[in-house]
Every structure is written in C-alpha cells, then in structure tokens.
Design a protein around this ligand. Structure first.
Ligand code: OGA
Ligand code: MN
Length: 371
C-alpha cells in the first residue's frame, strides 16, 4: 500500500518506541490497518477465545455490577501474550453512565487523591464536580473560558494511594477503595479464573483528545502474581502491548468504551502504552448515554438510583471528547505486609532488560504534557 504500516517500522532497538511514535503522529495520521479490533472479534490466527469460569459469578451478581451474564461475554486472548485477556464491553446496556459518573463525580472526592491536590488546598478541590457544572455545561460563548477543575483533572488514586515520585505504595497512605469498584473487580477477576482477588489500589486516568500515556510496566505492586484490571469509558484509544523487553515489537489494539483488560501471568509485567486517543465509533457514546436514561427510568436499575438530569448532561458532555481509564490492582499478596522501612521498587527482569531509567517518570511526563 502507499501508506507505511506499523509492522514495517519495528526493526532495531526499542521497537516499542518506534511504534509508539508511529501511532502518536498527528499529521499525516498513521495507517491504522494493523490495529486489532476485538469488537469486530472473529477469532483469527492471533485472536483466540478466552476460557471463562461460568460458575464463578451468578447472573444476578453480574447485574449488580452492571455486567452482562458471564456466558454472554466476548472474551479473547492474544497469541504470544500469555495471561492477557480482553473482554469486549461486558457491561449491560445503559450501565456505563453509572461508572462514568462515579469516575467524574464520586471518586475524585476526598479522601481520594488527585493531581489537583498537588498544587491546590483541600478546600479548593473538595467539590470538583460542583465547581465544574456551570463551566462545562454552559454553551460555548466564543470567548475563552478558564478550564474547569473537571477539565484539569488528570488522575485520581484510590485505596493504597500510588506515590508518583517514589513509585511506591505504603501502609500509611491508604483509604477505603470504593465498594462498588471492588465488587466489579472481584466479579471480573473471578470469571477470569482468579478467585480471591482483592482490589487494593486504583489509578484513574483522564484523557483529552490529545493525551497519551508513556511506555511503562506496572511493577510497583508487591505481588505480581495477581492480575491487573483495566476499564475504559468514553472515547476510544490505541493500546500497545509489548513484551518484557523494549525491543519486543508491541501489538496495537483498539480500546472502546466498556472494554475490560486483564493483565495476568506473564503479560502482567509486559510493557504497554497509550499513544493515541481516537473518536469512538460514530454515535456509540451517545447511544450508550441514551440507554442509561431508558434503564434508569424503567426502575429496574440495580446500580443505585437514577442519574439526575444534571449528572447525565455533564457526563455526556465530558465523555464526548474524553476518555476515562480505571486500573485496579492488588498490591499485597495474601497475608503479605509492606516492609517496615520504605524500600525502592523491586527491580524486575522487565525494567533491567528495558534499560530505561525512570520509565514511570516517562509515563508521568506524558500525562503532564497535556495539562
Ligand atoms: C495504567 C495504564 C492504560 C490505559 O494506568 O497503568 O496502563 O488504557 N493505563 O489508560
Ligand atoms: Mn499500566
């Protein structure tokens, strides 16, 4: 073809970085023909059906978390990525707006921690939602309005609060992880064959259309044998999944609204990144938001009450141009405790072979570049 596909630029050192730059490029836009789309998910030579434990979660339990019965989930594995499971939007029609509202209105509230706390007082960040309702909902007036707090929100931490500077979690910086998110995580992991998962830490990332997330490995958790969960809402993204070395060329895949990823086994410590946000399939988010209105008005919602008209409006407006990602992590193994004195993050094969110091600061830099 006239355009150069990603698969042709992956020779040499740090193949991951080359592919990252390939997909991040603004103009001319890259060729997306190599990007795997699980939503069109007919198993190919690369995509294989994932085996789920159909008895681990009852249909009623699934519905309580806004999930379809496990038997109707479309779950896939990827050849060459042991332990990686992709579940193509397992949410019940109309339940995504509940989770979107939690991410925008509820989870940023104290005692949870967000990027705005780094340079604002607790009293100024205690009502991000309330302070943003007017600015975000008012129609564009031509003149440049200051950004609302919600538009400046980049990350929120839950449970054991991740320390971006030391790249560690600690026993003394912990608040309760939201019960609804814990329930959702326990059900997904149980269905994927990981009973007894404990959702102990959450990192929420808020992406604008021009945001990206740098190449990194999530290795700060003390027990790497437990899976890492990722939920995506709103606009779509290109996700790159590599291997334990930066030289391993990554596979590119779309993450659409509602998609869930489970990184377990070997892939738990694989390099990954989000080079690009792309508009979701035409009208998909709008449809989903309308579905929420129907679901909530028919009174059979199990996700605790209706979204007010105002909440619905603001979520709709936000999600039209943004993407939310929630990762849930088990930090400690069963019976495990934090070491008495804070210790630097453990070196893994991945970080040594990668040979790139501070890959997590790279990750943070990418996030801040869009502030
Ligand atoms: C992370 C992460 C990926 C995404 O937060 O560690 O890798 O899809 N997020 O936003
Ligand atoms: Mn990650």
């Amino acid at each position: 073809t006239a355009k150069m596909a990603a698969s042709s630029v992956v020779r040499g050192e740090d193949a991951f970085k080359k592919v990252f730059k390939f997909y991040k490029r603004k103009s001319p836009p890259p060729d997306f023909s190599d990007v795997t789309d699980f939503s069109k998910g007919l198993p190919s030579d690369k995509i294989v059906p994932a085996v789920l434990d159909l008895s681990a979660v009852s249909d009623g339990e699934a519905a309580r978390a806004g999930l379809q019965p496990v038997k109707s989930w479309r779950a896939f594995g990827l050849q060459g990525y042991p332990g990686f499971i992709f579940i193509s939007n397992p949410f019940l029609r109309g339940s995504q707006p509940f989770w979107i509202r939690q991410c925008l209105k509820t989870y940023p509230q104290k005692p949870n921690v967000c990027n705005l706390d780094m340079h604002m007082s607790p009293s100024d960040t205690q009502d991000i939602w309330g302070q943003s309702v007017h600015g975000l909902s008012s129609s564009p007036s031509g003149k440049r309005e200051p950004k609302t707090l919600l538009e400046r929100l980049r990350w929120v931490t839950l449970g054991y609060h991740y320390n971006w500077d030391t790249k560690t979690y600690s026993a003394n910086h912990h608040t309760a992880l939201p019960a609804d998110l814990h329930l959702l995580s326990v059900q997904i992991t149980a269905a994927c064959g990981f009973p007894g998962f404990s959702a102990q830490a959450g990192i929420l990332n808020y992406y604008r259309h021009d945001s990206s997330l740098g190449i990194h490995v999530d290795e700060s958790e003390l027990d790497h044998s437990r899976p890492l969960l990722s939920f995506s809402f709103g606009q779509s993204a290109i996700f790159l999944l590599g291997g334990v070395r930066r030289e391993d060329p990554p596979t590119a895949m779309y993450m659409h609204s509602g998609d869930v990823m489970v990184m377990s086994g070997q892939s738990r410590l694989f390099y990954h990144a989000v080079p690009r946000i792309i508009p979701g399939p035409q009208g998909q988010t709008a449809l989903e938001m309308e579905g929420c209105r129907l679901a909530f008005s028919s009174q059979d919602s199990t996700l605790g009450g209706v979204l007010s008209e105002e909440d619905w409006m603001l979520c709709t407006r936000y999600i039209q141009s943004s993407r939310l990602n929630v990762t849930v992590r088990q930090v400690l193994g069963p019976g495990q405790r934090f070491p008495e004195t804070p210790s630097p993050p453990q070196k893994t094969d991945a970080s040594q072979a990668g040979g790139v110091p501070g890959q997590t600061s790279q990750r943070r830099k990418e996030e801040e570049s869009s502030l």
